[in-house]
Each structure stands twice: as C-alpha cells, then as structure tokens.
Write a protein that binds this ligand. Structure first.
Ligand code: ADP
Ligand code: ZN
Length: 515
C-alpha cells in the first residue's frame, strides 16, 4: 500500500492539486486496503480521482466501466494529456484500433482502460494474460431498476466479482437513494462494500419553483439581471428546445438548441462554444451536460418538470460548480405531469417510474423548505431550514380553510366526481356558460356558493387540497376530480383544514396551469 507522501505527490504530479476534496482521501485509502467500495458523490464532487489515482499507483490495469461512450474519447484524451497511460474500448472502434489496444495491454503500456459494458467481451481472450488491479464502475446506478437510468447491459456486471474475486471493485454514482444503493451492491456481488456518502447539500444553489404559465415571459424576467451569465434550460422535447432558442435569440440573447437529433458536428460546436463562454445559453434535452466540466454555469432552468428527483438534482448540480451563488428555477405544470405519466405508463417499470414522478411532484408542490425534501430523498437530514429556497425566503402563512374545503368537496360530490378542476370552479363561481347549462349544473345546491373567491384563487386552493390528500386528480379519466378517504372527514366529521394564504398572485408558489 502506497504511503501518504507518495499519494499526495501523485495527486500533485498528475492532477495538479495540493489537497484532496472531502472523502477522496478515505476512499482512496480504502481502495488500497483492498475493500470493495460504493461511492455516492454529487456531480462535480470529484469521483474520478478516486479510481484514477489508485489506477496510476496499483501494479496492474484498472478497468473503468462506463456507459458514456460519447465521452470516453474526451476522458481518455484528458488523461493522456496529464501523462496517464489510458485507452478506451467501445463499439465505435475498428478492428485495427482494437488490435492495437490488445498489444498495449499485453505490453503493460496501459494503466487505465475505459470499457463500455457492451464491449467487455473484448477482453475475454486476454483476461488470463493481464493483471487487473481494480475495477471501477462509473454511473453505477445504471445497474439498478430502482435507479433512474437503468441500462440492461449493466446487469451482466455482477459476473466481474466472480471472475476476479480478489480484485477490489469501486462503484460510483452521483445519484442513488437507499434502496438503489443496496440494489447496486447486491447486483455487483459486493455486499460488504464500504459505502462513502458525500453530502449532497449544495448550499450555493438557490432553489425555486414557479407555476408554469407564461414561461417565456418569466424566463425573460429571470434573465433581466443576468445578461451575460451562462445557463442551461432543460426541456422535455426537442421541439421546445428549438422554439425556445429562437425566442431567446429574437430577444438578443446568445442561445442554441441541443438535442440528440442535431448532427454531431453542430452539437460539438454548441458544447465547445458554451464551455468557452462564447455561447451564453443552451436549451437542451437531458442529453446535454453529462460529463461537461464547466464551473461557471450560473443558472439552470427546468422548462418542464423532470421525471424524477435524481435527474433534477443532477441537472441543477451543473450550476455553480465553482461554489459561487447560482440560481435554479423549476417550472411546474400539470400538463407536464400528465405527459410524464404517459411516458411512465409506457415504460418497462411503470410502478417505480410513477412513484418517482410522485416524489418530484410533491417536491414542486411543497410548502416547506425544498432543500430539506431534496436531501431527505437522498437520505440526508438537515435540521434547520435552508434559507436559500423560495419557501424559506417567503414562507406561506396559513388560514382556516375548512369552509373552502367543505364547499369544494361537496361540489365534487354533487358532480358525481365527473368533472375536472375548471368545471368545478365554474360551478362554485356560478358561471353561465353552455357547458354548465347543458349539464344542468346551475341547479346544483353548490352552484354559485363561491362567488366571493376569484377563479385563480379557487384553483390555488383546490390544488392545495389535492396536495393535502383531500382530493385527487384521476389522470387517466380526463383529470376528473375524485374524493379520497380523507374527504369524508371534512364533509362529515368536522375535520379542520389549513390552507396557505394567497398573497399577491405572482408570489404564489403553487402550480396553476391546467391545460
Ligand atoms: P464527478 O465525476 O464526481 O462529477 P470529477 O471527477 O469530474 O467529478 O471532478 C469534478 C472537477 O473537480 C474536475 O474539474 C476535477 O478536476 C476537480 N477536482 C477533483 N478533485 C479535486 C481536488 N482534490 N482538488 C481540486 N479539484 C478537484
Ligand atoms: Zn429552504
């Protein structure tokens, strides 16, 4: 096992750093001690050094399994530039290139070998002739169906431990809740792996969620005090990225779209310009940002609701890597929720996806410190409210909402649970449109009993009732409002309901868009 001074000298010589970041030292010591390790560290935390540095000092080869084929070349080029003997193997190479790597491996000219999981069989013929000192599995959450980015090719990695029982494995990921962590260890056959959990708290990132109406105008307002700051806007669809980039350009911003449908050359150009600060804004689908090392991204906007907290956290994590204050803004709309539910319905593991969607929805609709919710999702509890999220900065006050709740719930009862929010509000406010009249709703007892409250305020209140579980939206039945088991407590058992007081509407944190 290398001594401390040699480890520090290596850190300086190959990476140019004088000190380790939190956890790096203890992880590296644990690798040298021969343990299996699971590292959970947020994006930008410095995971790579945890296997690259041991890779340099260990006698044999360090295998690095990574799904990010598109980034392998850049990663390896970076290592080579630092004087580290690295190479990669993936499906993009021809036979000649692969032969060359075989030779170098046999001649012990390679210390770090990056391999896509699909390409591992490449090594079968020479495994017995080379010495593998360490196996690093990057983006390890891909092995778990509990994770958010399951890759079937990862499931076969469990055999590595059987094949090399004495070689330590280090699995690394930026995102894994408790269940996923356990699953990773089980699947990789490293039940005794030492888990290293870095703090996920990125205090320099402010968190904000806003209703997703008039998003473009909200973005212009958001940008008004950031005329030159680099930022990323994540969108759900390719079309949105393009439309948005156009609108930003029309306003005089430097902006480009980025998604998997854009040709390779143009994409590289966008990435390069963004890194070099000649392009200010990238409107991207999730394909953008993996592996980008840009420390001065000052803000991240989610134009659409992400499909889970893992993805959201990873994406906002691309802001403020230099530690300076940076802003994040998430737009929340029910239209997005409906869309994401459809995606989840079509996916292989529907239940998991729907549960994860539910969690991010709860986050977006929270009336308490958002960072607390976010960190508790990753198993980290903070005692104090953070002071750097929109809820902390402007906490709601509560009113007695019992009468509002009673009126709403009895109206839903009288429509036989057959109507969406909009119609229920119309009935409560005594609207006189044909839709109401055709169905004879003007004869209901609840017709017009809520005239005193504005339409949008009703919407806010009803969404709060949904969040508190007094009502639910049947997404698969045209968004009809349905009663829940809690409803009858309010209707028949005198349960009191608290609702957040609505201040000026623009300050309201609840989502209001129902399209
Ligand atoms: P991750 O893989 O966890 O997202 P990286 O390994 O890419 O993070 O590291 C993120 C950035 O932090 C890189 O620019 C890296 O060079 C830098 N870094 C890593 N370790 C240190 C350190 N000990 N001191 C200073 N910078 C570091
Ligand atoms: Zn907070």
């Amino acid at each position: 096992m290398p001594e401390q001074p040699q480890i520090l000298a290596t850190l300086k010589e190959y990476f140019g750093y004088d000190t380790f970041r939190p956890l790096q030292q203890e992880i590296i010591d644990s690798v040298f001690a021969g343990n299996d390790n699971l590292v959970i560290m947020p994006t930008g935390g410095g995971k790579s050094i945890c296997y690259q540095l041991p890779g340099i000092l260990l006698p044999g080869i360090t295998l690095v399994i990574s799904p990010l084929i598109a980034l392998m070349k850049d990663q390896v080029d970076g290592l080579l530039a630092n004087g580290i003997a690295a190479a990669f193997v993936n499906s993009s190479q021809n036979q000649e290139e692969q032969q060359d790597i075989y030779k170098k491996l046999l001649d012990k000219e390679i210390k770090l070998l990056y391999v896509a999981p699909e390409s591992l069989s490449f090594l079968d013929t020479i495994f017995s002739q080379i010495e593998i000192s360490l196996v690093a599995i990057d983006e390890a959450h891909c092995i778990s169906a509990w994770g958010h980015d399951f890759r079937p090719a990862y499931t076969q990695l469990g055999y590595l431990k059987n094949k090399f029982p004495k070689t330590p494995i280090i699995a690394l990921t930026a995102t894994a809740d408790k269940a996923t962590r356990q699953d990773i260890c089980n699947q990789l056959n490293i039940p005794k792996a030492i888990q290293h959990l870095a703090s996920f708290d990125r205090k320099n990132l402010s968190l904000e969620v806003r209703p997703g109406n008039k998003r473009i105008e909200q973005i212009f307002t958001f940008l008004s005090d950031k005329p030159n700051d680099s930022g990323i806007i994540y969108c759900l669809s390719r079309k949105t990225t393009e439309k948005l980039a156009e609108k930003l350009k029309d306003k005089g911003f430097s902006a480009e779209a980025y998604h998997a449908g854009i040709d390779h050359q143009k994409r590289s150009q966008v990435q390069e310009d963004f890194i070099n600060d000649t392009l200010q804004i990238v409107c991207a689908t999730i394909a953008f940002g993996m592996g980008i090392d840009k420390s001065n991204v000052r803000w991240v906007i989610h134009y659409n609701l992400p499909k889970n907290i893992e993805g959201y956290y990873q994406e906002i994590g691309r802001a403020g890597r230099d530690g300076l204050p940076s802003s994040t803004l998430l737009f929340h709309s029910y239209a997005d929720v409906v869309q994401l539910q459809k995606f989840a319905d079509m996916s292989g593991n529907k239940e998991v996806q729907l549960a994860k969607l539910d969690r991010i929805k709860q986050y977006a609709e929270s009336l308490s410190c958002r960072r607390k919710i976010l960190l508790s999702y990753f198993g980290e509890l903070i005692e104090k409210d953070c002071g750097n999220c929109d809820v902390c900065k402007d906490p709601p006050t509560f009113i007695d909402g019992t009468v509002i709740a009673q009126k709403t719930l009895s109206c839903v009862t009288r429509t036989q649970e057959q109507e969406p929010i909009g119609t229920v509000i119309d009935i409560l406010r005594g609207a006189q449109n044909t839709a109401i009249q055709d169905k004879g709703y003007q004869n209901l007892k609840t017709y017009g009993i809520g005239k005193d409250i504005a339409w949008r305020d009703w919407q806010q209140y009803i969404i709060q009732l949904i969040n508190q579980g007094y009502l639910e939206i049947a997404f698969h039945q045209n968004n009809k409002l349905k009663l829940t088991s809690l409803s009858k407590k309010v209707l028949f058992e005198g349960e009191k309901v608290s609702l957040a007081h609505l201040k000026e509407l623009e300050k309201v944190k609840q989502p209001v868009v129902i399209q």
